[in-house]
Design a protein around this ligand. Structure first.
Ligand code: ZN
Length: 79
């Protein structure tokens, strides 16, 4: 079951909820603050952009590669 980062259009409350795709599309998810179903997904575009970069300046890759834990190799970077 996927997690959704949602923002309430009514009261602007932001929350994380676990729901099925069906529940999401049927608008069964409600804001825990005001019970509104007018929700919109929060897209973390910054993270997506970073994932596309070959070199990650957040991971300690240069120092850990010799120990076999190059976090950025093979597209395994989680940043
Ligand atoms: Zn709300």
């Amino acid at each position: 079951m996927p997690y959704y980062d949602l923002s309430c259009k009514n009261c602007l409350h932001q929350f994380n909820v676990k729901a099925t795709i069906q529940e999401r599309s049927d608008r069964l998810i409600r804001c825990p603050e005001c019970q509104s179903t007018e929700l919109e997904a929060i897209y973390r575009t910054v993270n997506f952009v970073r994932r596309l970069n070959k070199d990650c300046d957040v991971c300690p890759r240069s120092g850990s590669r010799s120990s076999g834990q190059g976090f950025c190799s093979g597209g395994a970077c989680s940043h």
